[in-house]
Write a protein that binds this ligand. Structure first.
Ligand code: G3P
Ligand code: CA
Length: 278
C-alpha cells in the first residue's frame, strides 16, 4: 500500500469501513459505501444474506425491522419486496426525531436495499484500488447456498481467478464467525483469502493458530483489550490480524500500538486522521 502510518518501517494499517461509512450514512446503503470511498477507506465491509429468491443482499440483521420500514426475515422476502422498503430513514429518525427530512425520493442511494452485485460494481468502477471484506451471515440456515451463490457472483467479477503473480493480493476476502462457512469458500474458491471472526478467544485459538486454510484472524476489539499479546501470537503463527469494530480513539491507539494489520470501523475518515493517514 502506498500510504505509511506513523511507525517507520511498518506498512500502514488498512482502514476498513464497517457497513460503509455507517456513522455518516445509513449502514449497507450505496450512499454509505460511496462516502467510505470518498473518505479514503482502503476496504469496505458488508454482511450478506440470501433472499427467498436467491439474491445476495447487504443486510446485517436476520430481519429487516431495525434498518427499514418493513418487517420480516430477509430469507422470507424476495428482492422485489425488499426493493419497496426504505432502508435509510431510520437513521435520520434516530438523529432528528420528528424533524427528520424525507429523503426517500430525494436520494434513493441512501434508502434502497443494496445487492452485493451492485456493491461489486461500485468497487470495480472505483478510480483506485478498494478492497471488499464480505461477511457471510448465519450461513448454516442455507446449508451452503450462501457460499455457492457468493462464489458464483465473485467468479463473474473475476475474483476467483488465481493470482497472476505470487505477490498479488486479492481485492476481495470473505469473513465469517463460522469456520464451516469459510471451509466451503476455501473448497470452492481456494484463491479467495478468508478471515475467521472471533467474538471470544477460545482456548483452541489462544496461541494464534486458526482453523485449517484460514490466513487472517478477525478478533473483536474486546479480545485485544483483555489479551493484547494475541496480535504478536497470531503474527508469529503467520496470520494477519483484522480487528472489529474500532470506533473509539483509545481503541485505535491500542490497535496501532499492537501493530494490527487492519481496523474495521464505522468512521473511516476520523480513524485515518488519527492514524496520520488522512
Ligand atoms: O467485521 C466484523 C464485524 O462486522 C462482525 O460483527 O455484528 O458487526 O457483523 P457484526
Ligand atoms: Ca459484519
Amino acid at each position: 500500500r502506498p500510504a505509511q502510518d506513523a511507525r517507520p518501517g511498518r506498512p500502514a494499517i488498512s482502514v476498513v469501513a464497517h457497513r460503509g461509512a455507517s456513522e455518516e450514512a445509513p449502514e449497507h446503503t450505496l450512499a454509505a459505501y460511496r462516502r467510505a470511498i470518498e473518505d479514503g477507506a482502503d476496504a469496505l465491509e458488508c454482511d450478506v444474506r440470501l433472499t427467498a429468491d436467491g439474491h445476495l443482499v447487504c443486510v446485517h440483521d436476520r430481519r429487516v425491522n431495525r434498518t427499514s420500514n418493513g418487517r420480516g426475515a430477509v430469507s422470507a422476502l424476495e428482492l422485489a419486496d425488499l426493493a419497496t422498503l426504505d432502508f435509510g430513514s431510520w437513521k435520520d429518525e434516530a438523529a432528528y426525531g420528528d424533524e427528520a427530512p424525507d429523503r426517500q425520493h430525494e436520494d434513493p442511494e441512501r434508502t434502497s436495499v443494496l445487492t452485493l452485485e451492485r456493491l461489486l460494481e461500485l468497487v470495480a468502477d472505483a478510480d483506485r484500488r478498494v478492497e471488499l471484506a464480505i461477511e457471510t451471515k448465519h450461513p448454516t440456515r442455507w446449508a451452503g447456498q450462501v457460499e455457492e451463490r457468493l462464489v458464483e457472483l465473485l467468479g463473474r467479477f473475476g475474483h476467483t481467478e488465481p493470482a497472476v503473480h505470487a505477490d498479488q493480493i486479492s481485492p476481495v476476502r470473505v469473513m465469517s464467525f463460522s469456520a464451516r462457512s469459510l471451509h466451503r469458500i476455501r473448497t470452492a474458491a481456494p484463491g479467495i483469502p478468508v478471515v475467521y471472526l472471533m467474538q471470544f478467544l477460545t482456548p483452541r485459538y489462544r496461541d494464534g493458530r486458526l482453523p485449517d486454510g484460514v490466513g487472517i484472524a478477525g478478533p473483536g476489539i474486546r479480545i485485544l483489550r483483555s489479551h493484547p499479546d494475541y496480535v504478536a501470537k497470531a503474527h508469529r503463527a503467520g496470520h494477519q490480524v483484522h480487528v472489529w469494530t474500532v470506533n473509539d480513539a483509545a481503541d485505535v491507539e491500542l490497535c496501532q500500538e499492537l501493530g494490527v494489520d487492519a481496523v474495521i470501523t464505522n468512521r473511516p475518515k476520523q480513524v485515518r486522521m488519527q492514524l496520520g493517514l488522512g
